[in-house]
Design a protein around this ligand. Structure first.
Ligand code: GSH
Length: 337
């Protein structure tokens, strides 16, 4: 969501558009896209919170070998997401320079924006889906045959209603709330979004004061979705999006919760603060015209003890944590502790 794409901000209130390509990759292939090891490529930006959900899920579920990963440059140009981090400026598997080429192969003259996350069919080079709300749920429930041994159940059937309800509030007020505040073009619109955001965060903090995770006693999809916003909070949303009633590090419960997840294999090892900061501060020229990227915040606190284990909970339920990320997917330290 730069100043374009299929989201819009302008004189009217910030509107997030719905994903246009909503085909589902399923175990039974009923929409023409069967789950198949090695067939699809997940295209992300490590800067993007919506894409980062899929990166975390893929790690927790051990889908790295089955679903390969393309990482776009955090700075889009006027053709949007590009593979300028790769040799020859081309994605080595898809052979394309811009993600838009996969969109074009799917639908010519598609008028919307080019967004991540996107899943591309490698043999045809066509985009399958950019439906970020669905992608992770399908990784959890449709890709089970390819999950690693010991993979957690991120969307357990008996808890789905509760997970859905929590995620709906988190989406409206937090995941998307920071964008509504950041791209507001009127004082009142900003204040409303900001007030709702912090009210919701306070409520989530109360919920998390006595329980380690949002729903049940294990990590679920709901935690992944809250984490991807919290981990960006002080680095970009507090300053760039003016969500500055308090910093994450000033909220005892949420800061400990975020650190707990960050230190859990599969979460912090996917986070690239350099990509995050450069993307937001340099791409959103409407709200940061100088493109200056701030030096802070100090990231050294992320690895400090969180003591959340005292609340009980079993991060992976009956499963186990994922192993370390593959060498090629390690996030550079960039001043990270
Ligand atoms: N596709 C969804 C969510 C994904 C999304 O917004 N991704 C951003 C990056 S965080 C993106 O790719 N935006 C298109 C662009 O910036 O050109 C939407 O439009 O709301």
């Amino acid at each position: 969501m730069s100043g374009g794409g299929n989201t819009a901000y302008g004189r009217k209130a910030f509107q997030r558009s719905k994903a246009h390509f909503t085909d589902r990759i399923t175990a039974d292939g009923r929409e023409g896209w069967p789950v198949e090891a090695g067939r699809y490529r997940l295209v992300v930006s490590r800067a993007c919170p919506w894409a980062s959900r899929a990166v975390v899920s893929r790690r927790l579920l051990g889908l790295e070998d089955a679903l390969s990963l393309a990482i776009a440059d955090p700075l889009q140009d006027d053709r949007s997401w590009r593979f300028t981090l790769d040799p020859g400026d081309r994605d080595p598997v898809l052979g394309i320079r811009f993600l838009s080429e996969a969109y074009d192969r799917r639908e010519t003259e598609y008028p919307g924006g080019v967004s991540v996350p996107a899943i591309v069919d490698v043999p045809s080079g066509r985009l399958v889906t950019n439906d970020y709300q669905r992608i992770t749920l399908d990784l959890a429930t449709e890709w089970t045959a390819l999950h690693r041994a010991g993979a957690p159940d991120l969307y357990p059937e008996p808890l789905r209603d509760e997970i859905d309800a929590v995620m709906a509030d988190v989406f409206e007020d937090v995941n998307n709330g920071v964008y509504r505040a950041g791209f507001a073009t009127g004082q009142q619109e900003y204040e409303e979004a900001c007030a709702r955001l912090f009210r919701r965060l306070e409520l989530l903090g109360e919920r998390l004061a006595g329980q380690r995770y949002l729903v049940g006693d294990t990590i679920t999809e709901a935690d992944i979705r809250l984490f991807t916003t919290l981990v960006r909070f002080d680095a970009v949303y507090h300053g760039h999006f003016k969500c500055n009633r308090w910093k994450l590090t000033e909220h005892q419960v949420l800061w400990a919760y975020a650190r707990d997840l960050y230190q859990t294999p599969g979460f912090g090892d996917t986070v690239d603060f350099d990509h995050i900061k450069r993307h937001y501060y340099q791409v959103h020229s409407g709200i940061n015209p100088t493109g200056i990227v701030p030096l802070g915040p100090d990231l050294s606190g992320w690895l400090t003890p969180h003591h959340r284990q005292e609340l009980g909970g079993r991060a992976f339920g009956d499963g186990t944590p994922p192993g370390p990320p593959a060498q090629a997917e390690r996030v550079p330290a960039h001043g990270r502790p």
